[in-house]
Design a protein around this ligand. Structure first.
Ligand code: GLA
Ligand code: ZN
Length: 676
């Protein structure tokens, strides 16, 4: 985790860009930071153009002064490498560092995240800058983390990338014969006889875009490999900087700020190169209360539950949302603690002082355009800062122990949504979230795991829409179920293997035996269809897809009520060794998942860690004998919760005995530590 020997409380602060301000303002910032109990600043996120003005011309003088300023004022520093946007001079001198978009158009200088990840020049310059920064500032005893680049992402389709793609393919497949087989190139006369015949899959070749969105790919195998390749190419850029830094400061942890379920980068692979996970939480104005919780759990799962850093969030508004709705009074505090409740050991923001030009000048900040402490946002932040000081180290390092796991897989996400058919409604993240929500409402901890993670710690593993089922997963899940685990999956699962080739012999391919079924056909309801099924005496809608399946050992638990497949099973249960496997052949309403998952949990002995109404969220982070319950009331009205042990509120000092109703005010938070 973030330099644990250098912190003794939840770090509180965030992105600070003094380079945008005259130095007189810096002293005022220090006064305001002190008032707001800010103790960490993320520096140097976008300063490349001032640090390096030509190939070998460097100027660190201003950053030297900023580092001294932070040090003298007792601030911890998360030091960024500035490589998230290259300088204009570099683009002019070396146009090859510019990206080429999906239409084949080479971009001009502008914006950010603008460098081709396979440009040798970009790679050389960015790693060199990271190394120089580490050499120059690595000795600071207030340096708590390195922050490489910023929110990596995007695609490039330039000649550099095309060449590198061919090399990547050669390494992956070895021979063209193997590649032709994997991509099924006998289709539409695509057989490749020379590696140089392979081109990037973009609008000029295999893919169609409409209004910036990918509509379809004609060759999923190629498009899928390109996504893997791009994610790995960008990861290599990160890794080059990581290595350059580690050479100088092996003990300072290195991270880069991730973005939750960001489709472009396979964060499960990235996590292996990160010392700790950090991420930026910007829920939309209409996000449900459980959605940030889901995102936090995805992020926590990347490093098997290790505490993570909330690197950014807005104190008030995100200017890039369609409607820049203010966080209502109390919301900033509530959502900050929600991060801690799910495993964060820092609460950080974008940004400390609001900029006065360009596209983020209307983004929220600790210090707004008025420039002083007399604002609602400042007051709320200062109050939380003070509270975190009182809380001290009491929650740091706590881990969440879950008996339920939800499988999440980036390759599967890409593949399922690249698929041409069976419906335009395929939405992997939405499906996974659908399953998550009910556990959240019931205060049942959930780990979000990869297909590579071990299953032994779990009683229930849910892997909805596992369209691309990687080698080894079905075997692992089967062995685990045989020993007593309960496996659940859904429609559109098991269709393909790693290379996106159909697993023949009936769907869901490699999962058939475990589930005791086979799916013969799959119907996509149109907007005019009203398919329903009956489960537990109630009728529920069957949406998105309806599998027509046959049992091969499994027991039907629900049947379609209409269509030509009325009477066919839609939910099945297969007893498998000492465990079992459920199959849900369609997508349905929240009411269905409530009923189904509640029954499943009752059967499997899974209970919530606390009792509360749905809008009161309770999590538990434990460290050794210390048990900290986080209770968050997402509703505006006062409410209650019950915990099976006696507790003391670390924020108010109040004590409550086991199972006593604990009142909680609207939008309030309690951190309740178990007492003996
Ligand atoms: C992202 C970036 C920041 C800033 C914020 C604004 O998270 O990392 O640099 O642009 O968004 O919300
Ligand atoms: Zn490129």
């Amino acid at each position: 985790m973030i330099a644990s020997d250098r912190i003794n409380k939840i770090l509180y602060g965030g992105d600070y860009n003094p380079e945008q301000w005259p130095e007189e303002v810096w002293q005022e910032d220090m006064r305001l930071f002190h008032l707001a109990h800010i103790d960490v600043v993320t520096l140097n996120v976008f300063s490349w153009a001032s640090l390096q003005t030509d190939d070998d011309v460097w100027d660190f003088s201003r950053l030297d002064r900023i580092m001294e300023l932070a040090h003298d004022n007792g601030l911890k520093v998360c030091l960024a490498t500035s490589t998230g946007a290259h300088p204009a001079w570099m683009a002019k001198k070396y146009p090859e560092i510019l990206r080429t978009d999906e239409h084949g158009i080479r971009r001009k200088f502008g914006s950010r995240h603008n460098s081709c990840p396979n440009s040798p020049i970009y790679r050389k310059f960015s790693a060199r800058l990271a190394g120089k920064l580490a050499r120059r500032y690595g000795h600071y005893d207030n340096l708590v983390a390195w922050h490489v680049s910023n929110e990596y992402g995007g695609f490039c389709y330039c000649e550099n990338c095309e060449r590198a793609f061919r090399v990547w393919l050669q390494q992956k497949y070895g021979t063209l014969e193997a590649l032709n087989r994997a991509w099924n190139t006998a289709f539409w006369s695509h057989t490749f006889y020379d590696w140089d015949e392979i081109v990037v899959p973009d609008q000029r070749s295999e893919e169609f875009y409409f209004e910036g969105r990918l509509l379809r790919s004609n060759f999923q195998g190629i498009s899928l490999d390109y996504r893997r390749f791009m994610s790995e190419s960008i990861q290599e850029c990160y890794r080059l900087e990581y290595d350059a830094i580690k050479k100088e400061t092996p003990d300072i942890p290195v991270t880069t700020n991730l973005m939750g379920t960001y489709k472009v980068l396979d964060y499960q692979k990235w996590a292996k190169d990160m010392d700790f996970i950090s991420w930026d939480n910007y829920p939309r104005y209409d996000a449900k209360d459980w959605e940030p919780a889901f995102q936090h759990d995805v992020m926590r799962g990347l490093k098997q539950g290790m505490p993570f850093a909330l690197m950014e969030q807005t104190p008030s508004v995100s200017n890039w949302h369609p409607y820049c709705a203010l966080k209502r009074p109390g919301m900033m505090r509530l959502i900050s603690y929600q991060a801690a409740a799910h495993g964060a050991d820092t609460i950080m923001f974008f940004q400390m002082r609001q900029s006065i030009g360009a596209c983020e000048k209307l983004h929220g900040a600790l210090i707004g355009h008025r420039g002083n402490e007399h604002t609602r946002v400042f007051r709320e932040m200062a109050k939380l800062g003070e509270e975190l000081e009182t809380l001290g180290s009491q929650t740091l390092g706590g881990r969440i122990h879950a008996r339920v796991a939800l499988v999440f897989d980036w390759d599967n996400w890409w593949a399922a949504e690249l698929s041409a058919g069976p419906t335009i409604l395929i939405d992997y993240v939405k499906e996974v979230k659908t399953w998550y929500r009910r556990f959240w409402e019931k205060n049942i901890p959930v780990d979000i795991i990869s297909v590579q993670d071990p299953l032994d710690a779990y009683q229930v593993v849910l892997a909805p829409m596992l369209y691309l089922c990687k080698d080894g997963f079905a075997e692992k899940a089967s062995a685990w179920a045989k020993a007593g685990g309960c496996f659940v999956t859904s429609y559109f699962s098991g269709y393909t293997e790693e290379h996106e080739r159909i697993v023949t012999g009936g769907y869901p391919g490699r999962l058939k035996e475990l589930l005791g079924i086979w799916v013969e056909e799959c119907d996509a309801p149109t907007p005019q269809s009203h398919v329903t099924f009956r489960y537990d005496g109630t009728s529920y809608p069957a949406e998105i897809l309806c599998d027509l399946l046959w049992t091969e050992g499994a027991v039907p638990l629900a049947e379609y009520e209409n269509e030509f497949y009325a009477g066919m099973p839609v939910i099945t249960k297969n007893t498998y060794g000492r465990g079992c496997a459920y199959y849900i052949a369609t997508h349905s309403s929240d009411a269905f998942y409530d009923t189904f998952l509640d029954r499943l949990c009752a059967e499997q002995g899974i209970t919530g860690i606390a009792e509360s109404p749905e809008h009161v969220e309770v999590t538990l982070r434990s460290k050794g004998a210390v048990q900290n319950y986080f209770a968050l009331n997402h509703d505006s009205n006062s409410s209650w919760l019950r915990i099976p042990v006696s507790v003391r509120d670390l924020l108010t000092g109040e004590c409550f005995s086991a199972d006593a109703p604990i009142p909680i005010e609207g939008k309030d938070v309690r951190i309740l530590q178990e007492t003996n």
